[in-house]
Write a protein of this length. Structure first.
Length: 348
């Protein structure tokens, strides 16, 4: 009688310990724990791996739970076990295929498609199908054979699970850009000199590369439109840089301004033939809703902001002031010369 009571007591104790091991939280990290269950991994191999990774403390007890479930299969994938997960909840994740780890991939406003491809190629966990595709082949695979890739991918954070093709990221980004463009184009300001949303996208890419402050994007957009309407050369430096490509050495030289290529807005009037970067939503909105102003010029002041001018003489003075800001030995006579040219007479 006493032995049977002892066996019953020990059995109850064992069940308590067994249940405790199954339902006690084993993930204590605030960020959770990422585990990749590779294709073909058996239950035995999984238990061994999680034991080696110090997730399973008592593999024998967990085996008593896992092994009898012969009809339950493990589902391949990269899992995120959140903080507070128990072995039971971990088992549920791996047998139902839920709670996969989402990798973030961020498309930065201002990136070129070349930069996007480079970053995508370095992203961990993706199947890199585009590595052997040309830009045009990539666009065909995405369902946009009539479009060039530049500027067409919406800057955003995209999440993906391990093993998906990189084309999935690009597809989501290009579809989102098309949707946003069409929506904003339908509600654009009146009187814009753009024939299509694509031209507005080109303009937005120029604004993106020129603007640092969000508050200045509509102002720069207004300058761009004023110059287009006057049939003036845009003379946006980022177009020169884009046209140079890998030849850009960090400075724009005189010969660069004289180089005849479609992106040289110092030689060719109107917008460049394609976007030069992927614009942010703020730049797209600015292109569609520019500030109405009388500015035709602007120059960077060195602190992220710009000095806007209505006339060339004002602009030249602003350029000299910006130069003085960076050069203590600036000759005050330069400003005097501009004023004399403007007034048409010598100053005392």
């Amino acid at each position: 009688m006493k032995k049977s009571q002892l066996y019953i007591g020990l059995s109850i104790l064992f069940v308590i310990v067994w249940l405790y091991s199954l339902f006690t939280p084993v993930i204590t990290q605030a960020q959770g724990y990422v585990y990749y269950l590779r294709p073909g991994t058996s239950k035995r191999a999984m238990i061994l791996e999680l034991t080696q990774q110090n997730i399973i403390k008592h593999p024998f007890l967990f085996s008593l739970f896992a092994y009898p479930q012969r009809n339950v299969q493990l589902k391949t994938g990269e899992y995120l076990f959140p903080k507070g997960s128990s072995l039971y909840s971990i088992w549920k994740q791996m047998t139902t295929g839920s709670g996969f780890y989402n990798h973030p991939f961020v498309i930065i406003p201002g990136w070129s498609f070349t930069q996007l491809r480079r970053e995508l190629a370095n992203a961990q966990g993706l199947r890199h199908l585009t590595a052997k595709l040309s830009d045009q082949q990539t666009m065909e695979r995405l369902g946009y054979p009539h479009l060039g890739p530049e500027g067409e991918f919406f800057p955003e954070t995209y999440y993906y699970i391990k093993g998906i093709p990189d084309l999935v990221i690009l597809k989501r980004a290009i579809d989102l850009m098309q949707n946003r463009l069409q929506e904003l184009w339908q509600h654009r300001a009146s009187g814009l000199p753009y024939k299509s949303e694509y031209e507005a996208l080109i303009a937005a890419s120029l604004i993106e590369k020129e603007a640092y402050l969000n508050s200045e994007r509509p102002i720069i957009s207004g300058v761009l439109i004023n110059r287009l309407k006057k049939n003036m050369l845009l003379q946006f430096d980022p177009t020169i840089i884009y046209g140079l490509g890998e030849r850009y050495d960090g400075k724009i030289h005189k010969e660069n301004l004289q180089e005849d290529n479609p992106y040289n807005t110092y030689l060719h009037r109107g917008l460049p033939p394609t976007p030069i970067a992927m614009p942010s939503i703020e730049s797209i909105k600015a292109a569609m809703h520019p500030q109405v102003n009388d500015y035709f010029y602007f120059v960077a002041k060195g602190d992220g902001s710009h000095q806007f001018s209505k006339t060339l003489i004002e602009h030249n003075m602003a350029v000299d002031s910006a130069f003085k800001w960076h050069n203590p030995n600036f000759n005050e006579a330069i400003i005097r010369r501009h004023m004399e040219n403007y007034l048409g007479q010598k100053l005392n």
